[in-house]
Design a protein. Sequence first.
Length: 170
Amino acid sequence: MSIGQKFLRELSLESEVTRRYLAIVPFDKKDFKPAEQSEALGRLAVHVAEIIAWWTACLEEDKLDFMDFKPEDFNTNEELLAYFDGLLAKAEKSLSEAKEEEFEKNWSMTYGEEVLFTLPKEQVVRIFCMNHLVHHRAQLGVYLRILGIPLPAIYGPSADDENVTLINRF
């Protein structure tokens, strides 16, 4: 199995869970913050969705420049899920078509002329794309828990969703 196929399989599993979390974001509470320095719920939810675009940026480009980045803003779960699904389809295509040698190439995150970091693409996909997605999805789960919203299972049953498990699919 190629590197791209391995990541594609993992992304498929993680995106199922992520989609379930995005589907329950209460947009009537999109300005909620658990602490003053925290990101607002609506912005965090969009961030979780937009991370999927980074897979494509990593595999099809040599850098991602945040200088002119303008985050999306949604007011419904339907809009957010349509955005996520569109980005996911592109990421899946990029992973399925990626050549092995592409993962060895360097990739940079920049802000204009400033290089924030440069790493081999395989590390970027693991750390910046996958781990970053999981981290912020967990953060979203904390927000939802504080708001009293039942949480979907992730890798095994949750207190709210005891009959669902993805662990057997790995």
